[in-house]
Design a binder for this molecule. Sequence first.
Ligand code: SF4
Length: 283
Amino acid sequence: MNKALSPQKGCRIVEVECKSILNKSGLADWTVNCYAGCEHGCRYCYARFATRFFHPGESWGSFVDVKVNAPQALASEVRRKRAGRVFVSSVCDGWQPSEARYGLTRQCLEILLRHGYPITILTKSALAARDLDLLASKGGVEFGVTITTLDEGLRRLIEPRSSPSAERLALLEEARRRGIRTYAFLGPLMPHLSDTEESLTSLLKAVKEVGADHFYIDRLNPRYGVWQSLRDLLQEHFPHLTEQYRRILFEDRSRAEYSRGLMSTVNRLARRQGLDARMRLCF
Ligand code: SF4
């Protein structure tokens, strides 16, 4: 098994029961999250807002609540709730290391597919390859991976326990090979680290090579808890960038200027690669 898929030492795994699992979402009609908390521990993650009352003061990535009755709850809810697109997952990675042991996301996918729900998946885990057999040749399925950088050193710093980007690209390629509609989510781009012309060019080339049907690009956003987490990382590894990040995130003028520049660069580079028709900007 990939090392990144084993639960990290010191991560507190707690089994809990949930009342409901098919919840309303701004990303689709519904979302399913079989875990509260995420071992991947991405430094820019804002999903930490979802656990702020249950895990006050605990550091993001150091705990996971496993909703052991998620498949049973879902089986009951799909009979009562209207059908609609389901996003898997919005506030955790459904294929984080605990999924290798519990298989809850897989069981939920089986239920959703059996009841004809269209599904959009987004993951940073190579473990999702396990479930491509369920998704192949099913209508209404979109399979996406997030890739923020191809620089493994940077990836380990900002997404410490996720799968390496090369494994995610291979996963996307395999999904496409199996006839599944695919997309890449390139973001959030880290100012002055993964948003450089060189970095963007290699990201776009990689997306082109794997043949994703479309891709999104997003900038870094100052959502819940992001600044506190990133500020510590910057101070430790890139102290010269701390003040620039603060301005880009919180000063209107700097943010607008930064966004305009990034937009113009990604548009130009995507045109150069013949990818502009497949690109969707999130800002
Ligand atoms: S994989 Fe997603 S949910 Fe998990 S820590 Fe990273 S950004 Fe957050």
